[in-house]
Write a protein that binds this ligand. Sequence first.
Ligand SMILES: [Cu+2]
Length: 128
Amino acid sequence: MKKKWGLLVSALALSTMLVTACGGGNAEQASNQNESTPASTTGTQVNIEASNWKFNQEVFEVNAGEEFTINFSSTEGYHGIGIQGLDVEIEKEGSKTLKVDEPGEYTIFCNILCGPDHGKMIAKLVVK
Ligand SMILES: [Cu+2]
């Protein structure tokens, strides 16, 4: 891996430090390995916001075989997302571009132990 990401890496490092302080830690920094350049915002934009203790939508839809970008942010509290079966791990905020060829329903969950209702932070990514 090259270390030329500058500010992006700094921001991620800071996030990771904060998460570590909160007892998280199952989220690896490998989340960016397949990411295209941050400037690439083509394709469907999936905006996911997390607050205490829910996501802004229960269902997010994308098309199979088409690139899409997940833009995640914590608007209240400190949260993250992982998506079952997909290579997505974002903490606090960030973006991830990916493509899913297999139609189906993928569970989106908070990957940071964020409080009493952490377990309720579940949403669905529907790939059509
Ligand atoms: Cu949580």
